[in-house]
Each structure stands twice: as C-alpha cells, then as structure tokens.
Design a protein around this ligand. Structure first.
Ligand SMILES: [Zn+2]
Length: 443
C-alpha cells in the first residue's frame, strides 16, 4: 500500500524538491547534492528538536560508517554548520512554499483536510503575527529595525503565520508564512496588513475550493482587508472588533440598540463549580467605518458572567460576513474564539518547546533567518501530519506524551543506534514499549 505521507516518502519528496534550490556558489560537480543536503540537515535539527543531532550523526559516521542523517533524512554528506549557513543564506524562503503545498495537497487527497472543515463546511484559517528574532546587534540585510526612546536600534524579524484550526481539535496545520519586510513600514498594524495582503494574493486560490473563514485579531478588522476577503476573493472572515478602533461602528450599534435593532439571547451553563451566564448580542448590516462607502458587516459579542457574583469572566466582540441569527451566533462566537488556539498551540510550541531556531546556524547576512524559520514551521507541519496519518507515530506520541519523553527518546536512540528507516525506528520503539497497532476497524 502506497502511503504518500509516510516519513520516508516525504523525505524523498523533499530531497528531490531541494535539489532544485538555487545554488549561488561557483559551479562544481556536487552542487545539486550539497544544496539538498544543507536544507535536509537544517530541517533535521528542527524535526528532531535537537540542536546536537548533526554533531551526533557526524560522530556516528566516523564510528560506524553510517548515520541517521543519511538513513532517516536522506542527507548524503552532512555539511558543516558553516557550509550549511553559506548554502542556505542566499535562498529566499518562498522556495519552500511548494513543499507546504505538497503536504497539504496529500492531506487533502487522504481526506485529512476534510476533517478540519468547521463552520458551514469552511476551513478556518487563523492569521497571527509573530516576532521571532529581536536583537540590538545581530542583524542582516532583511532585518526590520526601529529605534527606542534611548536611540538604540532594535533589529527584528516578524512574520504572519497562518494556521488551519478547528474548534475542539488540539491540532493546527501551519501554512506557508509571509515575512514582514523593512519596506512594509514601522507600524505593527501596517506591516501585518501588508503581509496578509501578500499572503492572500499568493495562496488564497489553493484553499478557495474549500471556502475559507479567515480569523484574526482586531487589526485585521479594517475595511480594505475585509473587502478583499469578502468581495474580491468571495470568502468569509470572523475578526475581533474592539470599540476603540471602531468608533463609527460602535456608535451605529448604540443607535441600533436604542431602536430595538439588536438581538440579545442568554444561555446558562453549569461548569461544575458555579453557573455561568453567556449573553450574546448581535446585529446584521452595520457599517464597519464612517463614510458612505463603508462595508456593511455583521457584529456579535459574548459576555460571560458568574451567575452568583455577577463578575465578568469573559468579554469579546467580532465582525463577520457570515449572516447572524439566533441559532448560529454562538457557533460564530466559538469560531472567533478558536483564533486564540494559534497562540496557545502553534506559537508557544515554536517559542518554548525546543525548536532550536538559529541555535546552530546563526542569523546569516541575507535570508538564512527566514529560511530556517520556514523549515522550522515545515517540521511542525510534518509532525502534525504524522500524528493525523501515521498509526505508529500517533500511538507513540500518545503513549509517551504524558512523560514528555517522545523527543528525548528520539534523541537518545538516534545517538546510539543507526536505524535503517523511520519505520524501523518506530517499530523498535513500539516493541520496546510492548505496543501493538490495533488492526483497522472492520467495515
Ligand atoms: Zn535579520
């Protein structure tokens, strides 16, 4: 049975794809292989979440004349950190978009993407901005910069990192990032808006067949962005909408409220300790901003209070182009709240859980930092794809999750033993843990 999303197959695909990366050195015999080796080597560090993976595999090659860099990641000859830096630095990160797209296409074929369909069958794509490098002295040609009040220059890299989310699912699927470039300006708001516009132009057609509901923070709830999604691309949005940044909208909503144009509904929920009262309010067709050409949007809010004390436990509001009614407003609110998963799941994992960004390889002078960030997100996507499609992987993750030992075990095992394949490595772990993959359910 052919499994396009098996790790061996994915690595094979990457090796083929990355041999075509532009090589900016003077021609020599091994160019093609070296550039693929460099990309695979960087990727392996992120995938293994181990800064010392390559060093261990170089040692192993000396001792055993074989190593897991070759058997698991298809690296012909492990480049030195210095070679790797020089090879990858000139490459722009958009060269890796097609690899994200390939994985998503295979997941679509396997039906895995369909499982992410949420409100009215749409895919929820959450936008979020992330600053992943900030320094007063380490910088490159593509760093953004700002001066603080003391006159010190801060160099940084930010990106929009869209992810597919689903209410109630612990999994998120990272899509290709869009990097904020110095030309985008200095205001966080302008930069993120410009980057989202570029991302949509480059990627929206790929997900259009699914119909997408885009999710995002208050800064995305602006007329040009909403118009682009709703009118130009004919898709949907649910964006947080705060009173301070939407004065005209909120004064219109106050008027509507006065003349009875606002619908209110409440539900009561016992959370095990006390009763929570959820109050939903919504109104359709209100102007997003002042002026005759304002886009008409649908607005809703949720306030959760403690029944006994009256204390406000949660409050937020959103605008959307999904039509609101009493029966669907709670679901739209749930969709809007799913945005926070981006911070909880994706970004925190990237920031805190051992994806060793820049640790080995430095910042580079041109694009290295953005290439490494892209490979890091790609590694994250592959782990999620494995969890969703590979029974052995899922069983191991679920068994070892409690003790958080999955990655530590991978590190230790691949330091001492050369495995012929990912399948052999996973089987070794399953045998050691006396786990058996349950047979597929009978139809
Ligand atoms: Zn930089």
């Amino acid at each position: 049975m052919s499994k396009p999303l098996s790790l061996s197959n994915i690595i094979g695909h990457c090796r083929e794809s990355w041999q075509m990366l532009p090589d900016c050195r003077k021609p020599n015999n091994n160019m093609r292989y070296a550039i693929a080796d460099a990309a695979l080597a960087a990727f392996s560090v992120f995938f293994m979440q181990s800064a010392s993976f390559l060093a261990h595999q170089r040692d192993m090659e000396l001792r055993k004349r074989s190593n897991n860099g070759r058997t698991l990641f298809g690296i012909g000859k492990i480049p030195s950190d210095n070679q790797l830096r020089n090879l990858l630095d000139p490459i722009t990160p958009d060269h890796f978009h097609a690899d994200f797209d390939w994985i998503m296409a295979e997941m679509a074929t396997a039906g895995t993407l369909d499982a992410f369909r949420a409100y009215q069958g749409t895919l929820l794509v959450a936008f979020d901005g992330l600053t992943y490098h900030s320094s007063t002295n380490v910088h490159c040609d593509n760093c953004s910069q700002r001066k603080d009040s003391q006159g010190t220059t801060h160099y940084y890299h930010s990106a929009i990192t869209p992810v597919i989310v689903k209410p109630g699912s612990p999994h998120v699927l990272p899509l290709p990032p869009e990097f904020i470039v110095p030309q985008d300006g200095h205001e966080k708001q302008d930069c993120e808006r410009a980057a989202v516009k570029r991302w949509l132009a480059a990627h929206h057609t790929r997900y259009q067949p699914y119909t997408v509901t885009y999710l995002g923070d208050d800064l995305y709830a602006n007329q040009p962005g909403c118009q682009l999604i709703a009118e130009t691309y004919q898709q949907y949005f649910v964006f947080v909408c705060k009173p301070d940044s939407h004065v005209a909208l909120y004064s219109e909503l106050a008027l509507l409220d006065k003349i009875g144009g606002m619908t209110t509904q409440t539900t009561r929920h016992w959370n095990g300790r006390y009763a929570e009262i959820s109050t939903y309010r919504f109104a359709n067709q209100a102007p997003l901003r002042a002026g005759a050409d304002a886009l008409l949007v649908n607005w809703c809010e949720l306030t959760v209070t403690h029944e006994a004390t009256g204390a406000v436990l949660f409050h937020n509001a959103w605008v959307t182009n999904h039509l609101l009614a009493a029966h669907n407003t709670p679901e739209i609110v749930q969709v809007g709240r799913t945005r926070w998963k981006v911070e909880n799941e994706n970004i925190n994992v990237l920031k805190n859980h051992g994806y060793h960004l820049e640790h080995n390889f430095g910042h580079g002078e041109q694009h290295l930092s953005t290439v490494l960030f892209s490979l890091n997100l790609f590694a994250f996507l592959l782990h999620t794809a494995q969890h969703l499609t590979n029974e052995a992987y899922r069983l191991l993750r679920e068994t070892l999750a409690v003790r958080r030992t999955f990655f530590n075990d991978l590190k230790a095992l691949t330091r001492y033993i050369v495995f012929a394949s990912w399948e052999a490595l996973f089987q070794f772990m399953l045998d050691g843990l006396e786990l058996t993959i349950p047979p597929p359910a009978m139809l």
